[in-house]
Design a protein around this ligand. Structure first.
Ligand code: HEM
Length: 169
C-alpha cells in the first residue's frame, strides 16, 4: 500500500504515512552550508514546511487495537554537506511500538544489513479520525546506536523532531 498524506496542503487527500523533520538544527546546518543539500527520493517527499514525508509500505505487522507491532514506511532522504565529505542517508524507516514505547530504525543507505535504530520514540495518545489513526507528535530521542552516524556531535538521548504517524484503523 502506498498512499499520499495531505502534506503540501495542495491536495485534500488524507492518507497514511510518516512525517518527520529529523532535527531542526541538523537541517539548518546542512541547508545553510555551501554545497549542502537534503533531497528525497522514492516514496519520500519534502513537505512545504521543510519536513519529510515517507509513504506507508506495510502495516500488516501492526495491531491497531493493542497499538503494538511494526509499521514499515518507504522512501529515502540523502543529506550531503561539505561537498560530499558529509553524507548521511535515511532509508525506509520502520517504527516498532510495544508496551514500553517505540523505536524508529532506518537503513543507512548501504542495504538491509545497515538497518539500525536512529531514535527512541515516546508516542503521544493516538487520535482516531475516520479510517485513520494518527499520532500527531511522538517525541524522539537519539539512539545510542546512531551517535556515530551524526559524527558523535550529539549525545545519546538528544531530542530529535517529533513524528507524525498515520495508519489505517
Ligand atoms: C567534513 C568536515 C566537517 C567539517 C569541517 C564540519 C564542521 C562543522 C562545524 C563548523 C559545525 C558547527 C556548525 C554550527 O554550529 O553552525 C558542525 C556541526 C555539526 N556537524 Fe560537522 N563538519 C564536518 C563533517 C561532519 C560530518 C561527516 C558529519 C556527519 C553527519 C557532521 C555532523 C555535524 C552535526 C550533526 C553538527 C551539529 C549541527 C547542529 O545541530 O547544530 N559533520 N560541523
Amino acid at each position: 500500500m502506498s498512499e499520499t498524506i495531505a502534506s503540501t496542503g495542495e491536495s485534500p487527500s488524507i492518507g497514511t504515512g510518516l512525517a518527520w523533520g529529523v532535527k531542526d538544527s541538523f537541517l539548518r546546518y546542512i541547508t545553510t552550508m555551501p554545497g549542502g543539500s537534503a533531497t528525497t527520493s522514492g516514496d519520500a517527499t519534502t513537505t512545504r514546511d521543510g519536513s519529510f514525508y515517507f509513504a506507508t509500505a506495510d502495516q500488516s505487522g501492526f495491531d491497531t487495537t493493542a497499538l503494538t507491532g511494526t509499521i514499515k514506511f518507504s522512501g529515502r532522504i540523502n543529506f550531503v554537506g561539505h561537498f560530499g565529505a558529509l553524507s548521511v542517508s535515511l532509508v525506509d524507516p520502520w517504527l516498532i511500538l510495544d508496551s514500553e514505547g517505540g523505536s524508529l530504525s532506518v537503513e543507512w543507505g548501504t542495504g538491509p544489513e545497515s538497518r539500525s535504530e536512529i531514535v527512541r520514540v515516546i508516542p503521544d495518545a493516538p487520535v482516531a479520525a475516520g479510517s485513520v489513526l494518527a499520532w500527531r507528535a511522538a517525541e524522539t530521542f537519539l539512539s545510542p546506536l546512531a551517535v556515530a552516524q551524526f559524527n558523535s556531535v550529539y549525545r545519546a538521548g538528544e531530542p530529535f523532531a517529533p513524528l507524525a504517524i498515520r495508519v489505517l484503523r
